[in-house]
Write a protein that binds this ligand. Structure first.
Ligand SMILES: Cc1ncc(COP(=O)(O)O)c(C=O)c1O
Length: 510
């Protein structure tokens, strides 16, 4: 209430993105179209001026540039309307990673398909959620069908189910939640009493090359990272089934194995654990088998590479990241389970304000009980659009093209006197290193080689000319190409490796 004699302050009018503020009405939708056209035009012209996959700036230089461009930060008191957004788009496109550049080859982060990106815009426009039927009816049905298609590809039967999650980390977490609850006699016991009264020690088996999300999941689930029992891998970076069997047989008194996690596509090597043999060992010990196929799951789309996943259907659950080897914008990971009942036993939920029993009985049911999330994006929409547009073979051909590029890169590395191949590629990654000029010194000074390999990668980052990955092999630095651009050519790969060698030589002489 205003005081007599004091005029109330007049609030400044908000600056709206005229003419229409809200996306999902006909006029708003037309405006989204115009705005997307303008944004993409700005982005395209910025992209054309780029000379590499990264900006040629150090992290500190980039930070100063953003400070200069957004002096008030991204939350000024009043809005700048369309022109502010266009300027941001220009700058973003000029300075973020350009994954479509064939010299971007560091991470399991593919260039997104245009059809998926466009579909994702529409998912944002309508903003449905998958938790209840009435928050996103068609989206809920689409996700059910996407999961069904993936379950069929994995060789699962009619009892299978699954859910889309924000990533392989989240899918592995949910898989181990299910494993924990199944092994400990049902969620109710664990949820009610927690893990404090346990008389057993739950443990999880995976190869020494399993993704760190397995250990993180164990920590989140109250088992502790110490619950992970790592099994040695062979020279081809695959879990050794006999070692798994030995480890299970020799476990300490009181240990309760709740899951074996096999990896189908290790992050660095793309190696695939021997699934049929591991399934036999897990079954013999009555332990659940989860397959982390976050990376390798894409092989299901390819006639050529699918045989690598033989035995996948024996797994109780599988993680497949469509934002890795199905070229989806993040996020789009799938957790598949062979038995629907295992999934809903862990996350099934009735909530009065969302999905009461009587609504559910009449079919008004969403996917709340499938997920650890409540509000959940319709990521299935872009996936369905991609599946419909390209079909299984279209996606498979993309993976085959990247697999071919990896083969070419490996042969080129092998033939180059200054490069050393660590191991033959299985999927689309190539691990190698640069050898300094005085190769004899290499053996004498392994730390020197490590230093040069680390520095040459940073030099390429700083120049913005190439983005290669890095990892460790037995505590020694290696470089890695993660090839996920199906439009790259063998010439692109040759140029990328030439850039690596040039950067290595510059580091040696600097
Ligand atoms: C084998 C494997 N599992 C899980 C993950 C985690 O996936 P996300 O980054 O989608 O959480 C990765 C990521 O690279 C991976 O390589």
């Amino acid at each position: 209430m205003s005081m007599p004699g004091h005029a109330p302050p007049v609030p400044a009018p908000p600056t709206l993105l005229e003419p229409d503020l809200l996306a999902a009405d006909p006029a708003g939708l037309a405006d989204v179209g115009r705005l997307v056209t303008e944004l993409t035009r700005e982005a395209a012209s910025a992209l054309r001026r780029r000379s590499g996959p990264l900006p040629a700036l150090t992290p500190a230089e980039l930070s100063r540039l953003v400070d200069a461009q957004l002096p008030e930060g991204p939350l000024p008191r009043t809005g700048g309307g369309r022109s502010a957004v266009l300027a941001l788009a220009r700058s973003f496109a000029a300075h973020t990673v350009d994954l479509a550049d064939p010299r971007a080859a560091a991470h399991l982060q593919p260039p997104a398909l245009s059809v998926a990106a466009a579909a994702d815009v529409l998912a944002s426009v309508f903003n449905p959620s998958l938790d209840t039927w009435d928050s996103g009816p068609y989206a809920v049905e689409i996700e059910r069908r996407v999961i069904r298609s993936l379950a069929d590809l994995a060789g699962y039967g009619p009892e299978a189910d699954g859910v889309l999650t924000p990533g392989g980390t989240a899918s592995n977490l949910q898989a181990l939640l299910i494993a924990r609850d199944t092994a400990l006699g049902g969620r109710a016991d664990v949820r009610g009493a927690g893990l404090t009264g346990l008389t057993v020690t739950p443990v999880v088996y995976c190869s020494e090359l399993a993704h760190f999300s397995v250990a993180r999941a164990c920590a989140v689930l109250g088992l502790g990272e110490d619950a992970v029992r790592t099994v040695p891998a062979d020279a081809e970076h695959r879990m050794i089934p006999a070692e798994l069997a030995r480890s299970l047989a020799n476990r300490a008194a009181g240990e309760l194995p709740i899951a074996v996690v096999a990896t189908a596509g290790t992050t660095d090597y793309g190696s695939i654990d021997p699934l049929p043999e591991i399934a036999v060992v897990a079954a013999r010990h009555g332990v659940r088998l989860h397959v982390d196929a976050a990376y390798g799951g894409g092989a299901l789309f390819s006639d050529r590479l699918r045989p690598l996943l033989a035995g996948l259907d024996a797994a109780d659950s599988v993680t497949i990241d469509l934002h890795k080897t199905a070229w989806q914008p993040a996020a789009a990971s799938a957790l598949l389970v062979r038995e629907r009942r295992d999934l809903v036993a862990s996350t099934g939920l009735r909530v009065a304000y969302l999905n009461p029993d009587d609504d559910g009985a009449e079919g008004y049911d969403g996917l709340l009980g499938h997920s650890l999330q409540t509000t959940r994006r319709a990521d299935a929409f872009k996936v369905a659009a991609t599946f419909l547009a390209l079909g299984r073979e279209g996606i498979g051909a993309m993976l085959d093209a990247c697999h071919d590029l990896a083969g070419h890169a490996a042969r080129t590395v092998e033939a180059h006197p200054r490069l050393e191949l660590t191991t033959d590629p299985v999927l689309t990654t190539v691990v190698f290193r640069y050898l300094p000029h005085r190769a004899a010194d290499a053996a004498a000074d392994p730390a020197g080689i490590d230093e040069i390999n680390g520095a040459l990668r940073r030099r390429l980052l700083r120049e913005g000319t190439a983005l290669v990955g890095r990892t460790d092999v037995a505590d020694s630095v290696r470089l890695k190409l993660t090839l996920l651009n199906p439009q790259a050519t063998t010439t692109d790969i040759d140029e990328l490796l030439t850039a690596v060698v040039r950067a290595g030589m510059s580091e040696e002489t600097s």
